[in-house]
Write a protein that binds this ligand. Structure first.
Ligand code: PLP
Ligand code: COI
Length: 361
């Protein structure tokens, strides 16, 4: 399909350069937003239409819009990086397009053609090029789709809006790029077999919030979910996948199924194998985690995702106590894999896998 033409509606009141610079000085994560957004509408008769790049502003949606009642919503998370030689780089954006469409299928929503998804992302990066930080920062892109049809029957909606917004971001965790602590959620689960765990839908995150609140109340940065059936196997974190590094150079990560198939996860597996590690995607229990950490068999553990990149896990807390991993700081493997990944993402290391896609403003 030929991709839609985007109409650009000029921004009437863009942020002045000095104010933008002040906002970008220490943006944190997801709090500072760029000037524009991309919107595209879908109806059964027209399909995707009315593709616009325009000033970021609140939506006017009907109070009966299906998303507000039945949470028919999906999203993606990806980053653009400012390249040393000029221009920008996107990291494996085709994978985000594919995952969005897998989520769309699970949530009975229309597919967004891959070229249209990529064009929408690039339009926003170009429109908000001045908002893409250099240095350790990046421009976090949040493509999402929601059911905008007004009706209260429970069925797939017949009107949708696809939108992309963006934020200049620094570190995801409060306190900067650091080793994090995690809380094991023994009461709340996130995703059951046959459910939506592998889809990136808002409802999964809504269901994770009580556990996240519990994690924060216990002084932790993130929550770890166990499987919903046996409450025994490690699934993933609230917004990241998890890896365990053993002393014999094997790396274990929970297998796919009820977890989000992370693009960082897939990339880390590839980089780790290339670096000589044996990577096992398998069931790994919380009991085993404790035993391996206490015996010293586990050297390191880390969380990974687009927002967090790769963050070492230093401490694990649960109702019955807590334990440390390795020396509670980022280990050698974590540091090595992060350097390899961020080098490719930021264009400072060769992209042997053709993972990056260049955008010129
Ligand atoms: N798991 C969950 C629940 C997430 O929200 C994310 C973030 O997107 C990830 C894992 C990591 O996925 P990715 O590496 O594609 O960002
Ligand atoms: C991402 O990493 O893109 C996510 O969606 C995770 C979220 C916790 C910000």
């Amino acid at each position: 399909m030929a991709t839609l033409a985007f109409e650009t509606i000029p921004h009437g009141n863009p942020t002045p350069a000095d104010k933008r610079a002040a906002l970008m000085a220490d943006p944190g994560f997801g709090k500072v937003f760029s000037d524009h957004m991309v919107t595209i509408r879908w109806t059964p008769d027209k399909g995707w239409h009315e593709a616009q790049v325009r000033a970021r502003e609140p939506f006017r949606i009907d109070p009966a819009a299906a998303v507000l009642h039945y949470a028919q919503e999906i999203f993606e998370g990806m980053k653009a990086y400012r390249l040393p030689e000029g221009g920008f780089s996107l990291f494996r954006p085709e994978e985000n397009a594919r995952r969005l469409n897998a989520s769309a299928e699970r949530m009975a929503m229309p597919e967004v053609p891959e070229e249209l998804f990529l064009a929408a992302i690039e339009e926003l990066v170009k429109a908000d090029a001045d908002w893409v930080p250099g240095g350790e920062g990046s421009f976090y892109l949040r493509p999402f789709m929601f059911a905008s049809e007004a009706f209260l029957g429970v069925r797939p909606a017949s009107e949708y809006i696809f939108c992309v917004i963006g934020c200049p971001v620094g570190a995801y965790f409060k306190g900067g790029f650091k080793t994090v602590s995690v809380w094991i959620s023994e009461e709340y689960t996130r995703a059951a077999p046959g459910g939506t765990g592998a889809a990136k839908c808002g409802g999964n995150y809504a269901a994770s919030l009580s556990a996240t609140k519990e994690a924060f109340a216990n002084g932790c940065d993130q929550v770890v979910f166990l499987d919903a059936v046996e409450r025994k196997w490690i699934d993933e974190l609230g917004g990241m996948n998890v890896f365990f590094v053993m002393d014999d150079n094997t790396i274990v990560t929970p297998k796919l199924g009820t977890i989000l198939p992370g693009i960082t996860r897939a990339s880390v597996i590839r980089l780790a194998e290339e670096a000589g590690y044996t990577v096992k995607e398998e069931l790994y229990s919380f009991d085993q985690w404790q035993a391996d950490a206490r015996s010293g068999r586990m050297r390191e553990a880390f969380a990974c995702g687009t927002a967090a990149v790769i963050a070492g896990i230093g401490t694990v807390k649960y109702r019955g106590g807590e334990f440390a991993i390795g020396n509670s700081g980022d280990g050698e493997t974590t540091t090595q894999l992060r350097a390899k990944l961020t080098g490719i993402q930021r264009g400072t290391a060769p992209d042997a896998y053709s993972w990056t896609r260049k955008v010129q403003a």
